[in-house]
Design a protein around this ligand. Structure first.
Ligand SMILES: [Zn+2]
Length: 329
């Protein structure tokens, strides 16, 4: 290369550097900066979300059946009424939610096993005064057995329609993320949900957003609830943990999903965030508060700005994990 060509190449490189600010290379410091931002944003009210900021494994963990059995064996919290038309039915680890409409029940998730579906969903609905025979729809937030495990039992008993994201039907049918005999095989394919699809039953419409990340077919249901004469709008975040190993497709999808949902939250003035694991939304503690003070402020109502902030916390934890994975390259 001639001297002038070399000079030109150097100038072009210099110009490129000036127009594109160099991204600092990822390091422990960039990871920590994202964790610090998440921690600051979470404050004390959203700190339960920060477990997502812990380092995630580079390889998808296998199901430890002993650990799973121990989780299921923990005493389940009592079922409870979060809103006039929304009930918590969970075990100590994973949650199912029942939306009571004028024409029947829309159940979101089904816990791990037939036994849990019988004891905690059928039994739980009866305990809160609802008839499980009114279950008309089951929405499966994502295709992991702790959410889909009770579907087959409930379908045999009550014949509801079952809705799941397309990618997760396929994943469960062909190549489940977490194969184990403890969880039922895939249910029979039924309603294949696309982003933005709606399910209407009686006076209630649930909009299902595809928020890929935790799994690619994850669904986050959005719907209205009532409490103390007021209407509130809920999003249930459909999949949270980074238990997919070093998979940038899923992680980047997760980060993008938090940003997109933040916009939907602002636009639709969503003021309630619930989860399918009580470890993230502190549902059990909030239900206890509701029982103690049924006329007081509903602790499930966070306010729109705080639900937006929750999306930011999860997004920052995603960015921290992205940097960790990048450093593993
Ligand atoms: Zn999962």
């Amino acid at each position: 290369m001639k001297k002038s060509a070399l000079l030109m190449a150097a100038l072009v490189t210099l110009a490129a550097c000036e127009t594109t600010p160099a991204t600092p290379p990822v390091s422990d410091a960039t990871v920590q900066a994202h964790v610090d931002t998440a921690t600051r944003l979470a404050g004390s009210d959203l700190s339960a979300l920060l477990s997502l900021c812990k380092a995630a494994p580079a390889v998808r963990p296998k199901v430890d059946e002993h650990d799973l059995m121990a989780l299921i064996a923990k005493p389940a919290p009592a079922p409870g009424k979060a809103f006039d038309n929304l009930y918590f039915l969970g075990d100590a680890w994973v949650s199912a939610w029942a939306i009571n409409t004028s024409e029947g029940i829309i159940l979101i998730d089904t816990l791990n096993t037939d036994k849990e579906a019988a004891q905690l969903i059928e039994g739980g609905l009866r305990r809160v005064g609802l008839n499980p025979a009114r279950i008309k729809y089951i929405i499966v937030t994502h295709g992991h057995g702790d959410h889909s495990g009770g579907v087959n039992y409930l379908v045999r008993r009550y014949h509801p329609k079952v809705a799941m994201g397309e990618a997760d039907w396929t994943m469960l049918e062909t190549n489940p993320d977490f194969p184990t005999p403890m969880w039922e095989p895939a249910p029979k394919r039924d309603m294949v949900v696309k982003d933005g699809d709606k399910i209407t039953l009686g006076d209630t419409t649930v909009t299902l957003y595809n928020t890929p990340g935790h799994t690619m077919g994850t669904l986050s249901p959005v719907f209205d609830v009532k409490s103390g004469g007021q209407t509130h709008r809920v999003v249930e975040w459909g999949g949270t943990g980074f238990n997919f190993g070093k998979d940038f497709t899923r992680l980047d999808a997760f980060i993008a999903s938090t940003k997109r949902m933040r916009g939907i939250v602002a636009e639709q003035k969503i003021d309630v965030l619930i989860s399918n694991h009580a470890g993230y939304d502190e549902a059990v503690a909030k239900l206890a508060k509701r029982r103690q003070d049924p006329r007081g402020p509903n602790p499930f109502v966070l306010g729109t700005a705080n639900v937006e902030r929750a999306m930011d916390v999860m997004g920052e934890c995603g960015l921290a994990q992205r940097d960790r994975f990048t450093m593993m390259k």
